[in-house]
Design a protein around this ligand. Structure first.
Ligand code: 0O2
Ligand code: 0O2
Length: 264
């Protein structure tokens, strides 16, 4: 073990974690205001414990003087999302940032780990302004859904309890639980898709209604009184029957009639 001043060594990592947490929490707030929906649910962060750094350095055979480059997750940020699609969006937003540099990515969502672990990891280089000047530190950003986080948190604490020698049956059950978390994510995404489609349908219907009513007014303006009255009657009938498709077809028909009327 080396005799370094750990609190001095970890200081820029602590600063990086604090700054990145603020930045991603701000990103969440900003997106919520701009788009009424934030792809980020919540953000957490931590600096790795000294004992875990030393253990990892030993496991990965990283010499003490290379810990800052050999261990990439001394500064760790975790971004939780509601839906799997949000993860891609957040990753894109991070790639576009000018205050950090992407080093590489690990997609454990497409290629989940043997344990069943799923998450999207981004290793970034982040500049920290210290009293002695600018220094760059590596940070790991883990992006995951709430379901992925639920599974990983419990699996991590069980692994810790059993000191990485989980009984085989527990390991198998955890793998099954990770499949259940995957199904949960898939089902939630498809429910969300249906809601988005229902919203689009609702918008299409209300646009068609506005178009029918305003075009009927225009027909009156062009003295096509009989035609306008007939369209109005047909609209009333379709409205009664809640026939959204019929209203859309009628909207197109009235548009054509209006064009004819304008030509004289
Ligand atoms: P806010 O205003 O509640 O968003 P720290 O920020 O330093 O206090 P740290 O070390 O990053 O906290 O980690 P911690 O304490 O585990 O959690 C960080 C933030 O995530 C906390 O909010 C928690 O409230 C929030 N959090 C943790 N687990 C969940 C969860 O399951 N669901 C939701 N919605 N939030 C969770 P903050 O940082 O105090 O700020
Ligand atoms: P912490 O702080 O305790 O979470 P590796 O040799 O694979 O361990 P590498 O190349 O750094 O080391 O990492 P990898 O696989 O990208 O994993 C880095 C982090 O991802 C881990 O940090 C975990 O936080 C998380 N992770 C990876 N695999 C699993 C898994 O099977 N279960 C859970 N719960 N988390 C996982 P650490 O080092 O474990 O530290």
């Amino acid at each position: 073990m080396d005799g370094r001043d750990w609190s001095l060594f970890l200081q820029p990592y602590e600063q990086a974690v604090e700054e990145l947490k603020v930045k991603f929490k701000t990103m969440r707030t900003e997106l919520k205001v701009r788009e009424a929906y934030a792809p980020i649910e919540f953000v957490t962060g931590r600096v790795k414990k000294i004992s875990s750094i030393l253990e990892k350095a030993k496991r990965l055979s990283v010499p003490p003087e290379k810990i800052n480059t050999g261990i990439e997750d001394i500064a760790g940020i975790r971004i939780m999302c509601q839906f799997v699609d949000d993860i891609r969006r957040v990753a894109e937003l991070i790639r576009a940032r000018k205050d950090l540099t992407l080093v590489y990515e690990k997609d454990y969502i497409t290629n989940f780990k043997e344990s069943g672990y799923r998450s999207f990891h981004m290793i970034v280089e982040y500049p920290v302004q210290t009293a002695l000047g600018l220094t760059k530190v590596l940070a790991e950003i883990q992006i995951r859904t709430l379901a992925m986080n639920f599974w990983a948190t419990i699996e991590h604490s069980l692994n810790y309890k059993f000191k990485e020698s989980l009984p085989d049956d527990v390991r198998i059950r955890l793998k099954k639980a990770s499949e259940a978390a995957f199904l949960l994510d898939t089902e939630m995404s498809s429910i969300r898709q249906e809601i988005l489609e229902a919203q689009t349908d609702f918008e299409k219907k209300s646009n068609a209604v506005s178009s029918v009513l305003s075009d009927i007014q225009d027909l009156y303006f062009f003295h096509r009184v009989r035609e306008a009255a007939q369209f109005q009657l047909r609209f009333n009938e379709l409205w009664e029957q809640e026939d959204a498709y019929g209203i859309r077809l009628l909207a197109d028909e009235i548009k054509t009639a209006l064009k004819r009327a304008k030509k004289g």
